[in-house]
Design a protein around this ligand. Sequence first.
Ligand SMILES: [Zn+2]
Length: 327
Amino acid sequence: MPIHLTRLNLDGTCSPKPLLGGSSLPDDVKASVGLGGVNRWEDVLTVQRLLNGTPPEQGGPVPKLPEDGIVSQRLILAIAAFQRKQVGWSDGRVDPGGETIRRLQAINEMPAGKPSLAPLAVESIPAALAMIFLARAHLMNARFAFAGGGGLFASVYASAAALVNKHFHLDRAVSPLSALDMVDGIFSKMQLAIGHVPAGTWVFEDDPSQPPDVAYAFTYWGGYLFMTGKSERRREGLFWLDRIYLCRRLVSYDRDTIVYAMIHELAHFVGGALGTSDEVDDWAYAHRPTGYETLAPYRAVRNADCYSQYAWEVSRHVAYRHDAHRV
Ligand SMILES: [Zn+2]
């Protein structure tokens, strides 16, 4: 079975997480990077990662830089912008031991005094479960509308169906009821994954990457299979397949972000493995002009953001906004 480790980034989009194979990435440079620099591949990559890990209000690049180890005009401009914000001058170059690299390291360091996110996640499980439970109850109301029933409650069912259609587009599905079954099945597996003590409390672990990954969380598509004991426990490099890893950056965000990230990651985790018909992918994001509204129903019910955004709107009556949760 092919495995796919995917990471939920701070801008609310997902990308593949490189497997580090137990080796640690440096957060220091051996030679200069940027304008007129030596620009060793590893050093350029380090600076790109550190800049991407810097919030925009602290001088980080928008949009993020590609992390490819290749020096570019964009990278030099991003270094200069960071320097103007952080050190009051700019030469577009990061020198070993210099002020720029020290500021980058300091900003990317774990906030002190909050060493572990796993207990925070465990505390957030009831909130996530409540959200999942409400989503399933809401789906049940929508089911009556799709089945053509209603009677006294027709308007309640119709409004439930409208919200389901907003996110999953079942009104365009060939068979809305079987698509709805898939959606409910994913939410039901989320409940099974985190709703049982103590197993549910083991799902979330702290990111063991060194230095810490700059993201919300990451997990394997279909990792749930390894949790249920249907497949033998496995690890790839530092990462167990039956876990959802929470990144340290989450401590800079409010509790809502943890709950949102949990549901988004759970959708990938309980969906099928990469390449199976029930994998839960990232086809589109509600906050990006990437065609969330026009996703085919077949894709929408296999799209992680549809699950997290739908559950969020059922409970909170508003869309989840990625830019409103820093503390
Ligand atoms: Zn995702």
